[in-house]
Design a protein around this ligand. Structure first.
Ligand SMILES: Nc1nc2c(ncn2[C@@H]2O[C@H](COP(=O)(O)OP(=O)(O)OP(=O)(O)O)[C@@H](O)[C@H]2O)c(=O)[nH]1
Ligand SMILES: [Mg+2]
Length: 395
């Protein structure tokens, strides 16, 4: 009897082992061994009291034992074959970069505002502290004292006129006011079929040359032909930098001798553009401090050349680095007085909480912010959008 039971157990064990081996073979050698899984239910030891006594010689199995072994074998077979993990799909090629969103890139400004707005919203009513919080947030964001005062005075009037009592409604009213103050025409003037000239001015290092490169690339992608004029003759490296962009864009480049007359470079570019039926001349200039009178006089000369025929000077774009905060307002005043700025390109907004300068420039000087730089890649130069800008800052 004991021998019979032993044989039965041995058969079960062998059967299980065979099944596992076969399963592994089927799965192929390249796969990792499967994780341990529960063993098939052990065949319960037959109860000595109830097991029938074998009638046949000891080595022969009773029909019950055969049935039990068959059942155990069937269970072993029934262990589900491990399904091999599907191969991970190949990582798709990095898609062409999309335009960035204000929300993604204005994290620093949002962080600054969120603590103040959190404090405003945490109160049940509008109190003196509410006004202090709003004022501090706007000043820290470099909106400037004048614009901040005007904004909050308007808001107080609105609170009275519209019986605003909840902090949430107050914040909503402030947002709406900011959006309406930032309204403006951002379209870059362009006459199809004509030779359009856009002149770029600003202090050193604000992003004039890279803005020309990015805009040139975008214009070329829209099917416009472009000539870049290396009007920064102050350093040879400046023309080299623009040359790299021109190559990338597939644009023509006109450059002059180092230290040469920047007006002459702009004039040559326009002549070439007129001869070739080019759509757009993007004219770079050397960075200059708005406080240096002789340099500002030189810029006026470049502007006079740019507006003479051939071609039409229809944009003078002042590039301002947003990280310089309130100083940008001073620059804007001086450049506007000297060369009549038609729009602002506010660069490096991605790296600062001081985007409030956009509001100061537009409300105090009436110059529209046309483009903003939200990073260094060509796609990161995008049209300014007041609603998205305000939404991104207010969280
Ligand atoms: N993060 C960030 N960097 C920017 C942006 N725009 C320009 N830059 C960087 O600013 C630096 C200066 O840019 P340039 O285009 O050389 O500036 P510029 O005004 O031509 O400088 P000068 O010719 O020296 O007056 C470069 O490293 C640019 O990549 C922007 O929107 N975001
Ligand atoms: Mg430059």
């Amino acid at each position: 009897m004991t021998l019979v039971l032993l044989i039965a157990l041995l058969v079960v064990v062998l059967a299980s082992a065979t099944a596992v081996t076969l399963t592994r073979r089927r799965r192929g050698p390249e796969l990792e061994p499967p994780p341990p899984r529960p063993a098939p239910p052990a065949v319960p030891p037959p109860d000595a009291a109830t097991s029938p006594t074998p009638a046949a010689p000891e080595r022969e199995l009773t029909p019950e034992q055969v049935a039990e072994i068959e059942r155990a074998l069937a269970e072993a077979e029934a262990i589900p074959e491990e399904v091999a993990e599907p191969e991970p799909e190949a990582i798709p090629e990095a898609p062409t970069r999309l335009k960035p969103s204000f929300r993604d890139r204005l994290g620093k400004a949002r962080t600054l505002f969120s603590s103040y707005l959190g404090s405003v919203r945490s109160r049940e009513k509008i109190t003196d502290e509410t006004w202090d919080d709003l004022e501090e947030a706007l000043i820290l964001a470099d909106v400037g004292m004048e614009t901040t005062t005007a904004l909050l005075d308007d808001l107080r009037d609105k609170v009275k006129a519209e019986s605003i009592s909840s902090p949430d409604s107050l914040v909503d009213a402030l947002k709406a006011d900011l959006v309406s103050r930032l309204a403006g025409n951002r379209v870059l003037a362009f006459e199809p079929g004509a030779l359009n000239v856009w002149l770029f001015v600003g202090v050193n290092g604000v992003g004039k040359t890279t803005t020309i490169g990015k805009l040139g690339l975008q214009a070329a992608n829209e099917g416009r032909s472009v000539i870049m004029a290396a009007g920064d003759t102050f350093r040879a490296a400046a023309a080299d930098q623009l040359q790299l962009w021109a190559k990338r864009v597939g644009a023509d480049l006109v450059r002059g001798a180092e230290g040469g007359d920047p007006g002459a470079v702009v004039f040559d570019a326009k002549q070439r553009g007129a001869a070739r039926g080019t759509d757009l001349v993007l004219a770079d200039t050397a960075g200059r401090l708005h406080t240096k009178i002789n340099l500002m006089e030189e810029l006026k000369k470049v502007r006079r050349v740019a507006e003479r025929a051939p071609g039409t000077l229809n944009e003078v774009l002042l590039v301002i680095d947003a990280t310089t905060g309130q100083n940008g307002l001073v620059q804007a005043k001086e450049f506007a007085a000297a060369v009549g700025v038609t729009g602002v390109v506010l660069t490096k907004l991605d790296g600062t909480a001081k985007g409030g300068i956009a509001l100061a420039i537009q409300t105090e000087l009436g110059i529209p912010i046309k483009l903003v730089g939200l990073g260094e890649a060509p796609e990161d130069l995008i049209e300014f959008n007041a609603e998205e800008f305000v939404d991104a800052i207010f969280g």
